[in-house]
Design a binder for this molecule. Structure first.
Ligand SMILES: [Zn+2]
Length: 130
């Protein structure tokens, strides 16, 4: 994710959740933010200019699942190695992806991001269809 103003890589930061999802062209969008509806959310933030962008829900979930966390091997079934995250999300790793490499029973979750992302997207698509 790059800042559309500066074209440099953005980092995870925080911002006050806007009350409207449209690009805020006016200073005080309605409904006004007050003590009751004020909410701080995680966003992509440009370290240079402070510009913020929403994080897609999937990206958000992955971030919490892998940050300083581990995955644990559960079982093997039909050419897939099933792992679980610490929060209990189960996802498959096709053995074709492993090739001649080796897989640990426990490993850093961040190394499994591509498979977690793939499975989350699959679940998300299934949800959208129902
Ligand atoms: Zn910027």
């Amino acid at each position: 994710m790059k800042c559309k103003v500066c074209d440099i890589e953005m980092v995870i930061g925080q911002a006050i959740k806007p009350t409207t999802v449209e690009d805020v062209l006016y200073v005080m969008p309605e409904p006004y933010i007050d003590n009751d509806n004020l909410e701080i959310i995680d966003v992509w933030k440009c370290p240079t200019c402070g510009h913020s962008e929403f994080i897609e829900q999937i990206e958000m979930n992955i971030k919490y699942m892998v940050k300083d966390k581990q995955v644990t091997f559960l079982y093997y079934r039909e050419n897939e190695l099933w792992y679980t995250t610490e929060c209990g999300f189960e996802f498959p790793v096709p053995i074709n992806d492993v090739g001649t490499g080796y897989m640990n029973a426990q490993d850093k979750a961040i190394l499994y991001m591509r498979w977690i992302r793939k499975h989350l997207a699959l679940i998300d698509d299934a949800k959208a269809e129902t």
